[in-house]
Design a protein around this ligand. Structure first.
Ligand SMILES: O=C(O)Cc1cc(O)ccc1O
Ligand SMILES: [Fe+2]
Length: 335
């Protein structure tokens, strides 16, 4: 596949007010810039760095970092490492912000000091045939001009592209028992009008210690009203021993039951109850989680890369329930 970053996106999951894309690119953009008049992009590179030149300056974004390109900025992307791929979340009508920290208090999770903005960078030269591609109302429009749009010599303000290194995230989680809602690992959220309900949360599963006692430590089996799109930047994911590879993606749509694959489940049960602290290392999985049900594009459904056998990862799940086994009395059952 040969296409230029920013010109053709592989549209993966689509709905009214957010879109999730996968991108692949094998060529830097040359004498052309892209502008999204519809919404904001959150870019998650998975392979290959991106040098993103914007009207406010340049951002070099590596896998393990994310970039946010707010609505209306012109940008061009070059690929210092050659072929590149990753994920993009697009939101309409709102912007990403840090989540409310609630009882966590003043510090924790992503810290505002770690969000980096570019310093001004400009090129001031005659540049005939410079093409601007503008996404407007979901369609692409092209204009040709004879100068580079990156001619801003200085700027100030607070509406600006930025980047964030996911390894700066300070994760919080359970320190005694039970598995927390993954929203505890929200890096950025795009809120709706309903408090606590997100149009799109960007959540990560970074390296961390697992210490919970009397607890099934991997993600619980569940179905929920949020729709969960997951990607993997590097390493593995604790709930999927096989089949979920860096660059891959899964979608567990609203109320679709899911949880660890059979191998992860059996390995957890085999370790028993008395496991000490263990550390999940060298991994960076993430989730785009939304209260809106995404519609999957025909392109994605017809993709030869669609994993028709995904359900097989749960084949063989069996109950380990034993009425006679000793369980701690954690619940007050009134007796
Ligand atoms: O489904 C998933 O793998 C994502 C997820 C992780 C977790 O730790 C708890 C709930 C959840 O949906
Ligand atoms: Fe889930």
């Amino acid at each position: 596949m040969k296409f230029c970053f920013g010109i053709i996106h592989t549209n993966y999951v689509e709905c009214n007010i957010y879109i999730i894309y996968r991108y692949t690119a094998n060529k830097s953009m040359d004498k052309c810039a892209f502008c999204n008049a519809d919404g904001d992009f959150l870019i998650v590179p998975q392979q290959g760095r991106l040098v993103i030149t914007t009207e406010c300056g340049r951002l070099k974004v590596s896998p393990g970092e994310i970039a946010i390109l707010p609505q209306g900025f012109r940008f061009t992307v070059s690929l210092p490492d050659g072929p590149s791929r990753g994920y993009v979340g697009e939101i309409f009508g709102t912007h990403f912000r840090l989540p409310d920290l609630g009882p966590i208090g003043a510090n924790g999770l992503a810290s505002s000091r770690d969000f980096l903005v570019p310093t001004a960078w400009y090129e001031d030269k005659f540049n005939p045939g410079y093409t601007i591609v503008q996404k407007f109302g979901g369609e692409l429009f092209v204009a040709v001009q004879d100068f580079s749009p990156f001619n801003v010599v200085a700027w100030h303000g607070n509406y600006v592209p930025y980047k964030y290194d996911l390894n700066k995230f300070c994760p919080y989680n359970t320190v005694l028992f039970d598995h927390s809602d993954p929203s505890i690992n929200t890096v950025l959220t795009a809120p709706t009008d309903k408090p606590g309900v997100a149009l799109l949360d960007f959540v990560i599963f970074p390296p961390r210690w697992l210490v919970a006692e009397h607890t099934f430590r991997p993600p619980y089996y569940h179905r929920n009203c949020m729709s969960e799109f997951m990607g993997l930047v590097y390493g593995g994911y604790e709930a999927k021993v096989d089949g979920f590879l860096p660059g891959g993606a899964s979608l567990h749509n609203c109320m679709t039951p899911h949880g660890p694959d059979t191998k992860s489940y059996e390995a957890t049960i085999a370790r028993g109850n008395d496991v000490g602290p263990s550390k999940i290392t060298e991994t960076m999985a993430f989730m785009f989680e939304s209260c809106l049900i995404p519609r999957i594009t025909p392109w994605a459904l017809q993709s030869p890369f669609l994993d028709h056998d995904y359900y097989q990862c749960w084949i063989g799940l069996r109950s380990h329930f034993n009425q006679k086994s000793e369980v701690p009395n954690l619940q007050n059952n009134g007796e």
